[in-house]
Design a protein around this ligand. Structure first.
Ligand code: GUN
Length: 296
């Protein structure tokens, strides 16, 4: 990718963060601590398998020891909570990640609340959600929106005073994204609009935006006539669409029509290779921090 490109290279920025983290991992090992992370996957959701596999690989590359607990689709809430209690008590584990989505019989909110806040490297526990809202930086922040903030900072985007339009109000991206970018501080300080399924005129909001974070999970939803020239696009969407020219008959695309918008945007994340690698980098960062904090 040429240096002059307006395409934000998430892989390169994630690699930079991983090399910064490797110094901290070495320091921890020097003090006798190897960061440990447990993954929990319930059922056989194909996307979850891929995501957890990528996270395991990234841990191994950085020297974080990970273990993956795979439970059957029919697992009860009580069984999953019992496993989480064991992982909470395990001193070799500094982080626990329960991959979402979970099967229907399991209430996600109950599960996320059961993980010790000090091991909640996903930032989904109500204590960490509350700390994020309060601007208390001692909590863990959810990895995907934290990765978007890091991409903005490291690619030189000024967020101060910017009009940010977030598409999607989910607990994993939309809501925490809004909380992060509206905080007081040089790397936030934005004016936030959250659009969702009941928003009357999404196009009108998008046309005002200096920065659009697309996280609603709808393939190519954002079209070229919905954005102003010079817009910064952070595309969180991962959608499978059929494509007869692809070997598998399908390909992954974002929530944004990349080909049409790239020529008019000032910066845009590709898909893949944009936000995805940053989610993993932030998970590694949270896990390293959890291990550091375990030393008191
Ligand atoms: N499913 C989609 N994104 C995430 C994430 O960041 N963490 C977990 N645990 N599950 C997810």
């Amino acid at each position: 990718m040429p240096a002059s490109s307006n395409v934000v290279d998430g892989r390169a920025i994630a690699a930079q963060i991983q090399s910064e983290l490797s110094v901290r991992v070495a320091a921890l090992k020097g003090r006798g601590v190897t960061p440990g992370l447990a993954f929990v996957r319930v059922g056989e959701d194909p996307a979850s398998k891929v995501y957890v596999g990528r996270k395991e690989k990234a841990c191994a590359e950085l020297g974080i020891v990970s273990e993956t607990h795979i439970l059957p689709e029919q697992t009860s809430e009580a069984e999953l909570l019992a496993l989480i209690a064991r992982l909470n008590a395990a001193t070799h584990l500094h982080g626990i990640l329960v991959q979402a989505p979970l099967p229907r019989q399991i209430r996600e909110s109950l599960v996320f609340s059961a993980v010790l806040p000090t091991k909640d490297v996903d930032g989904f526990h109500p204590v960490n959600v509350g700390k994020l809202m309060l601007g208390d930086t001692t909590g863990f922040k959810p990895c995907t929106p934290a990765g978007v903030v890091e991409l903005l900072i490291r690619s030189g985007v000024k967020t101060e005073g910017a009009e940010v339009v977030i598409l999607g109000r989910g607990n994993i991206v939309g809501k925490p994204m809004a909380a992060m970018l509206c905080q007081k501080g040089r790397t936030a300080n934005s004016t936030i609009t959250i659009c969702h399924s009941a928003t009357r005129d999404i196009k009108a909001h998008c046309l005002r935006a200096d920065i659009i974070v697309a996280a609603m999970g709808s393939a190519h939803f954002v079209k070229a006539d919905m954005v102003k020239p010079g817009v910064v696009i952070m595309d969180v969407g991962v959608n499978r669409i059929s494509d007869s020219s692809a070997k598998s008959g399908a390909r992954l695309v974002g929530d944004v029509d990349f080909e049409a918008i790239q020529p008019i945007a000032s910066k845009i994340t590709p898909n893949p290779g944009g936000v995805g690698p940053m989610t993993i980098a932030m998970l590694l960062q949270n896990t390293v921090r959890a291990a550091e904090q375990s030393l008191g």
